[in-house]
Design a protein around this ligand. Structure first.
Ligand code: SAH
Length: 348
């Protein structure tokens, strides 16, 4: 019999399970904090639980704990890039960044990805599988343990397309913001998507306070299709409309991510078209000089081009920031640590 994934349950679900084992539901109030506040890694550690109940839990439940496989620390800004092994041996990347507003963790939502964005290292090895809510949570828990500092912000911007793992993502959001757990405010949570339109509408109905970030990367349908295969399925105006509607429904300002690629999407004309496309949306644009990956010949524009792009966009009344590059000295683009490891193991 497959064991139950105890760390992916909320307190109520845990109570229901305990009742089915013939236990008093209030035991959930004891066990839940062991999992989500004290981050116990074994049932043995749960000192206020009877030996009999511990045995029952060991026999029926899996306690998901990620193992730190590698970590790289930046000498420049303290950014830490982690490689974690999942219980089945797959690996995922997570990043810890220190900002003046707190500590932020970037987590992966899938092992691999099926979206195939041209400039992205995570797309190269293809899709492996969805992560469970517990596997998403434990990236944050492990990093908090390792650094000894509270994590205040979480961004779902690592490997994978979170809206392609919708049910587990929603459970994760509710667990990580649960006041009986690690209690990270939904306002400090960002989910980044390549633009899966039906899932964006669904998300807007969930009554969440999270920030939605949309990976736009182009100002025309034609150019977007060249960079992001998903654009063939969801046309750029449909995606932008879904963002408008997301704000209307939730009151949460949209973040547009735009990776600047030299000679591809960085011209003055691109900036003007982008301005016209998103003008009037309550939003913020994050310009990200593309992180070169060795498999592709994409380069960052020079700083003058980047600044011109920003200035042009601002003329449309749009709020723009240029993403500060964190951890410049540690293993370049997202997904490269995982890729290197998998290559060493002969997996991809
Ligand atoms: N699938 C989601 C989240 C993961 S990617 C999404 O598409 O949004 C997180 C962000 O990093 C996306 O905006 C993605 O387009 C961007 N990204 C991926 N590879 C990059 C690279 N080499 N340089 C700059 N940004 C990159």
């Amino acid at each position: 019999m497959e064991k139950a994934d105890i760390k992916s349950w909320n307190q109520k679900e845990l109570g229901g399970f305990l009742a089915s084992l013939g236990e008093k539901p209030f035991r959930a109030k004891q066990i839940y904090p062991w999992l989500h506040v004290k981050h116990a890694e074994t049932f043995e550690e749960m000192t206020d639980i009877s030996k009999k109940l511990k045995e029952k839990l060991i026999n029926t439940c899996e306690l998901t704990v990620l193992r730190q496989e590698d970590v790289q620390c930046s000498e420049i800004d303290g950014t830490r890039k982690y490689l974690f092994a999942l219980p089945d041996g797959n690996v995922v990347e997570s990043v810890w960044m220190k900002y003046h507003h707190g500590n932020s963790v970037c987590i992966s939502s899938q092992a691999g990805c099926r979206m195939g964005c041209r400039f992205c290292a995570s797309a190269l090895g293809g899709f492996v599988r969805n992560l469970t809510p517990a596997e998403m949570l434990d990236q944050v828990y492990q990093i908090q343990k390792d650094t000894g500092e509270r994590v205040s912000h979480v961004v779902v911007m690592g490997t994978g397309e979170p809206l392609d793992n919708y049910e587990n993502l929603l459970k994760f959001i509710r667990l990580i913001s649960d006041e009986n757990g690690i209690n990270i405010s939904q306002r400090n949570l960002t989910v980044s998507t390549c633009g899966i339109v039906p899932a964006m509408y669904r998300l807007a109905e969930e009554k969440l306070q999270i920030t939605l970030a949309l990976s736009l990367h182009a100002s025309s349908q034609e150019k977007r299709m060249e960079l992001m295969p998903v654009a063939k399925k969801y046309e750029i105006h449909q995606v932008v409309k879904a963002c408008r509607d997301y704000f209307a429904k939730t009151g949460r300002r949209i973040t547009f991510e735009y990776s600047l690629v030299e000679g591809v999407n960085d011209s003055n004309e691109d900036a003007g078209r982008l301005g016209a496309l998103i003008r009037g949306i309550n939003c913020h644009v994050n310009l990200i000089p593309v992180n070169p990956i060795k498999e592709r010949d994409y380069r960052q524009p020079n700083s003058e081009t980047i600044l011109n792009f920003k200035n042009k966009l601002e003329k449309y009344g749009i709020n723009v920031t240029i993403r500060r590059e964190m951890g410049r000295d540690i293993d370049g683009a997202c997904g490269q640590l995982r890729k290197k490891f998998s290559e060493r193991q002969g997996k991809i």
